[in-house]
Design a protein. Structure first.
Length: 211
């Protein structure tokens, strides 16, 4: 039976090998994606520039590992980065001026029904007609992220709750595809999303109090 120190050494070696196997492009995309989310929490519009560069890299990376929906999603992210920059700055103001808003329960119910519906349709076609990996999980993460990214761009407070679910499932998806750093990124996203919810909720309450 191997000793505890031997097992620890084996585990550390395996982690080092996994790290070394990651591409420099993935590392850059991860760093920029983290910068994006930290800046989102702070409501800094420069988050969208970090998002634009990161998602451009991820579009190519996901295509290479046959996550077709994730690759397409990042093309959408690039467009949303431009939209978010415009909406948050509102004509070039020095700071973000768009207010934080909340959506009604009925609107959330409609959105969740829509996500489930398009996930079923795209998952079926990917499973039937392509070589996509994990087509239903890939589809759900994709379509949920499409809506939630729009919520971020429009400063909808509840976007953080959506991200808790999306990032949890994304970790499973990316580990299956061997994207270790990207899976770790989404684990960090989970923690940051908790901070984001608390920060935005506090800012929203201040905003309401000033109204």
């Amino acid at each position: 039976m191997p000793s505890d120190s031997s097992a620890l050494t084996t585990g550390l070696n395996a982690l080092a090998e996994a790290w070394a196997a990651q591409s420099g492009w993935e590392m850059l995309a991860v760093v920029l994606a983290l910068a994006y989310l930290v800046l989102v929490v702070r409501q800094n519009p420069w988050c969208w520039l970090a998002a634009l560069i990161s998602t451009t890299i991820y579009t190519a990376l996901f295509w290479d590992v046959q996550l077709l929906m994730q690759s397409a999603l990042n093309v959408y992210y690039m467009a949303m980065a431009a939209y978010g920059w415009w909406y948050w700055r509102r004509g070039g103001a020095a700071e973000a001026t768009a207010p934080i808003v909340r959506w009604s329960r009925s609107r959330h119910a409609i959105n969740l029904t829509l996500i489930a519906s398009v996930t079923g349709v795209s998952g079926f076609f990917l499973d039937r007609f392509t070589d996509a990996a994990l087509p239903y999980l890939d589809s759900f993460v994709t379509w949920a992220a499409v809506l939630t990214t729009f919520m971020v761009a429009r400063k909808v407070l509840e976007n953080w709750i959506y991200w808790w679910v999306i990032n949890s499932l994304a970790i499973v998806l990316f580990l299956d595809r061997g994207l270790v750093l990207t899976a770790a990124l989404h684990a960090a996203y989970l923690l940051i999303a908790v901070v984001g919810w608390r920060q935005w909720l506090r800012d929203y309450r201040r905003q309401v109090a000033r109204a």
